[in-house]
Design a protein around this ligand. Structure first.
Ligand code: 6GU
Length: 239
């Protein structure tokens, strides 16, 4: 898979590309991450990319011609071109899974007050990572790229991703490691002495409990098995 990021701040992506799982995925040629400076597509000798808004108002607007040239220089007929904007479709794990199957993704990051609206004629989809406003699309682009790269085959040791929060539709069960007792806080007995069936049951129960307490909206959407329904009854009595 190839991910190309169009940005006015290419250096923001250096740590993203050169640490941990993403770095290894690039080294192992699981993904290619190209970062392209939108400013290279200005025709202006001062490399301007923005201008004042028609109709007046504060701030600057990124020019459509600059963005069009930048997008055309990196896209091919198979590319999915995403525009990062707080007005976009809300990003979630389901969309990450969908995007992870693509061969070529182009992510356009805005900054300043916004883009000339006509850029929508040159992109496939507007994406937002949540209901809050960032200074630019760069962090949001990293969120999308990161969540898509970790789903590529070979990117992480755990290939299944079946237990990921949100993939199952439930939040993840709690994890523990040594020491078994710290500052008076102990690891649940079942994880130390339990058998596989008991551990599985404990984890499903805790996963359901955490989801029920923190994200009841996810339980609503979930097609609970009879075992889960029984557990949920117990949880409701317990809390
Ligand atoms: Cl994609 N961009 C900006 N600037 N702010 C955001 C966002 C994107 N998603 C949530 N907030």
């Amino acid at each position: 898979m190839k991910i190309t990021i169009l940005t006015l701040f290419p250096s923001m992506f250096e740590p993203f590309r050169t640490e941990s799982i993403i770095k290894r995925a690039i080294q192992n040629q699981i993904v290619e991450v190209d970062v392209v400076d939108i400013r290279d597509f200005s025709l202006d000798k001062h490399r301007h990319v923005d201008d004042t808004p028609y109709g007046g108002g504060a701030g600057m607007v990124i020019r459509v011609d600059v963005l069009d040239r930048a997008i055309k220089s990196v896209r091919n007929e198979n590319s999915k071109v995403l525009l990062m904007t707080p007005q976009g479709r809300r990003y979630d794990q389901k969309l990450a899974e969908e995007f992870s199957k693509l061969d070529d993704i182009v992510i356009v990051c805005g900054h300043y007050e916004g883009f000339d609206e006509r850029v929508l004629n040159y992109v496939d989809e507007e994406i937002s990572i949540g209901d809050y406003v960032l200074t630019g699309g760069e962090l949001a682009a990293m969120v999308v790229a990161d969540s898509v790269i970790r789903l590529q085959k070979g990117a992480t040791k755990d290939e299944s991703h079946e237990d990921d929060s949100f993939s199952t539709g439930l939040l993840e069960y709690p994890q523990f490691t040594r020491p078994p007792l710290y500052d008076g806080f102990s690891v649940p007995e079942v994880l130390i002495n339990g058998n596989h069936a008991k551990i599985r049951e404990y984890r499903l129960y805790e996963s359901l409990k955490k989801t029920y307490i923190r994200r009841p909206d996810l339980i609503e959407k979930y097609d609970l098995t009879p075992e889960m329904n029984k557990m949920l009854e117990k949880i409701k009595k317990e809390i």
